[in-house]
Design a protein around this ligand. Structure first.
Ligand code: ADP
Ligand code: MG
Length: 345
């Protein structure tokens, strides 16, 4: 038999596959401003831009119901999509939610899931306007799409950073990855001896970061108040390093990051140390923090320098794709995009 089967891993995994799909589709409509390749698609609505993004969460891949409360999961499913609208500097408006349910799930379980979805709709001021419900043989599937809007002159793409722009990140990094490691550790303890109680003392912060991430709409509004439009932006779903590679590759720039400025919460540092993991490695390569990584013009720095939600971690350079980390002891090393999956191996 002819061997005409190609493994997805052989074309570069998820990103290679997306590139392959993208190469087969050109926009046919003049209203399609940006197709595949950014955090949201962008449409011309006349006076402003429309934004559309979708993300799917699958049981056993993205969450484990032995430790993920359903209400938190519902909240997270909406928040991660709102985060992609935030990453375009946009405002989310409407959301649709599609569910795949196996007969393991009761009405009460679905109520719990929707309690979280409702809390997120209230927090982010979006309306749930539809969805789809179907049976599933492989556990729970939650797929969410969010529609948003942004003024044309305020949109922030991944591809428009420029040399000498200042690199900024919101909040702190690495917590969600460390939270996941704690959950996995306690699950193994529990599987080995179901009488053992999980030891989550002092881990509330990192657990919250993993189980109930927050989309940084607050910072989108603060940027607007400060009169700053980022020159580029992306949300941190796969880790700082991976996201910075996306911005640099699409903008044709390089970047320098100062290791000692990367924001890591003290709870994350403590828990990482307990797990024998480097806090900076977790921050650079751990995923799911859903913070915003963005660049600004140097002249905008004074407008943001007192904002406690924003840290300045480096600058962009003209050396295309050269992404460097200046370490605490002054060495300069390439910052590789490992992605969080590689951390555990
Ligand atoms: P994010 O992490 O911001 O959600 P992704 O890495 O999932 O972004 O996706 C990158 C880009 O690829 C986005 O523009 C997304 O819409 C697009 N994309 C992902 N999967 C597919 C697919 N199966 N078909 C078409 N476009 C896709
Ligand atoms: Mg994104």
């Amino acid at each position: 038999m002819a061997n005409n089967r190609t493994e997805i891993a052989d074309i570069g995994g998820e990103f290679g596959l997306i590139d392959r799909i993208a190469s087969q589709f050109n926009s046919q409509l003049s209203t399609t401003v940006k197709g595949i390749g950014d955090d949201s698609a962008v449409f011309d609505l006349g006076n402003e831009f429309g934004l559309l993004t979708t993300d799917m969460l699958i049981e056993g891949i993205h969450f484990d119901l032995t430790f993920h409360p359903l209400a938190h999961l519902g909240y997270k499913a909406v928040a991660v999509n709102v985060s992609d609208i935030a990453a375009m500097n946009g405002i989310p408006q409407q959301v649709v939610v599609s569910l795949g349910l196996s007969n393991r799930f009761s009405v009460e379980a679905v109520d719990e899931l929707y309690r979280g979805i409702k809390a997120a709709c209230d927090d982010y001021k979006v309306d749930l306007v539809g969805g789809d419900t179907t049976a599933s043989r492989s556990g729970l599937v939650v797929s969410v799409s969010v529609f948003g809007k942004v003024a044309k002159e305020k949109i922030a793409y991944r591809s428009t950073a420029r040399p000498n722009d200042i690199l900024c990140v919101t909040g702190d990094l690495g917590g969600a990855y460390i939270g996941l490691q704690i959950l996995n550790r306690e699950k193994q303890v529990f599987v080995a001896d179901p009488h053992m109680q999980p030891d989550f003392e002092g881990k509330e912060y990192v657990l919250q970061r993993q189980l109930k991430p927050i989309a940084r709409m607050d910072v989108v509004y603060e940027l607007e108040e400060a009169g700053v439009v980022p020159t580029s932006m992306i949300d941190v779903s796969d880790g700082l390093s991976s996201e910075l590679h996306h911005i640099c590759r699409q903008s044709g720039t390089g970047a320098v990051v100062f290791e000692d400025t990367i924001p890591v919460d003290e709870h994350t540092v403590l828990a990482a140390t307990e797990l024998n993991l480097g806090p900076i490695t977790a921050a650079a390569n751990g995923g799911e923090d859903y913070e915003l990584l963005f660049t600004i013009r140097q002249e905008d720095h004074p407008k943001l320098k007192n904002n406690p939600n924003i840290t300045f971690i480096g600058y962009m350079t003209g050396d295309a794709d050269k992404i460097l980390l200046r370490t605490k002891n002054g060495n300069v090393i390439p910052m590789r995009a490992q992605g969080w999956e590689h951390l555990s191996s």
